[in-house]
Design a protein around this ligand. Sequence first.
Ligand code: AMP
Length: 509
Amino acid sequence: MSTANPLYDAFIRPRREDARVFLHLPGGESVTYAQAMARAHQLAHVLLENGVGPGDRVAVQVQKSPEALYLYLACVATGGVFLPLNTAYTAAELDYFIGDAEPALVVCDPSARENLAAIADRYGAALTTLAPDGSGALTDAAATQPEVFDPVARGEDDLAAVLYTSGTTGRSKGAMLSQANLLSNAQALTDVWRFTDTDVLLHGLPIFHTHGLFVATNVTLSAGGSMIFLPKFDLDAMIEAMSRATTMMGVPTFYTRLLGDPRFSRELVQHMRLFISGSAPLLAQTHADFEERTGHRILERYGMSETGMITSNPYDAERRAGTVGFPLPGVAIRVVDRETGAAVAHGETGVVEVRGPNVFKGYWRMPEKTAAEMREDGYFVTGDLGQVDGDGYLAIVGRDKDLIISGGFNVYPKEIETAIDALEGVGESAVIGLPHPDFGEGVAAVVTRTHAAELSEADVVGGVADKLAKFKQPKRVFFVDALPRNAMGKVQKQVLRTEYAAAFAPKPG
Ligand code: AMP
């Protein structure tokens, strides 16, 4: 018996000779657990040869592929710290991440090699490549390695991964996640969502983010189930694969896009066990439309890079639209006044704080930022605004930094967005605060229309006039074809704030 390594012992060791399928790939190919673990072991040898020791970062910016997953498992086996990077990041952004994280090894797409060579060199990292089809210098080096590997000993508090936050403002921070953070969350989710080895998860998410990597993959590994592993979200491929899946995890845009396709019918998903949504708010309307079309109630959950998953709607009891449910087993939340830090009453809005084995170890090399967001009693300040209803369901009403203070009054964008979204002809909306000479911030709404040009600014303002106090009503309404979103479907309010920054500026002269 070799040394202990909690994640290895939970996810890899029991499956080294397991002949059941782990991944179903496009084109009908499949990979068994035993094959996947053999690949991970070969990669683990390559990591050691590249000088990756316990605690050393392995920065990975590659397209989604099975090999990228095996690389994550190889990091687990060697004690390397897996550091996935959004494929959209440019060379200039990578310079920051690589300079900040100082990885021992950088793994990139062969097409990026030239651009990254100087950056890797500057920070003393080795560089290797992995292409979307699994070829590249990394897998070439692995091909001749043994398929067995003696895992490196790791403790629960040792780092397993660093996830850079999506960073809509300021510099992106590296959230340090320990072995216990990942393992406790995977086990809690497997339990509350009833995942078993008969589950087949339809996986169309990216794997550089907590959702596709730690929620989807770790839950599958923990349950011993399998995944239909698609290179990306592709409507045709998702619909085609649906009949072979039992569960699906997606961001809200997956659900709206599926609903937009007439092939997505009740018959198509009759056999499905569970649909899960998260990473951005699911509109109550989408929840209702989905139930009407399919008979399934989407289970919405809430979490973030720093904490993994925090709350989830229940499996058996009511899945309440517009809420993210209850804290996971072992996790505690509280909603506090943003100024005093005192707990607010049920139904009141405050900042969500969380404590539990899922809460990260801090921001990589940013002790002051960590201290600023960590309470003395161990609660982490999420920066999300929420309220708990009388039955204990948490609803997320926005980010603290998106709160608008207009003329000294707090305006919660979600409340205004809900009122606007209910108007005839509105697709969706984003409400933002913009610099205003009299009020400090003025409320503005950016709106998409379901029927081009049939809705005016006056219609929107007039439509909410009898529902919202005057100070909450938008003073300007802008129409766009689509709201700007990041890869996880989050609306990028910062982009809108920049674009419309001068909306209330005094007219020159
Ligand atoms: P990330 O670290 O990229 O996963 O982003 C985490 C943030 O996404 C959270 O702090 C929330 O603001 C948001 N988020 C995640 N899940 C939900 C959800 N179900 N509803 C509303 N916001 C969510």
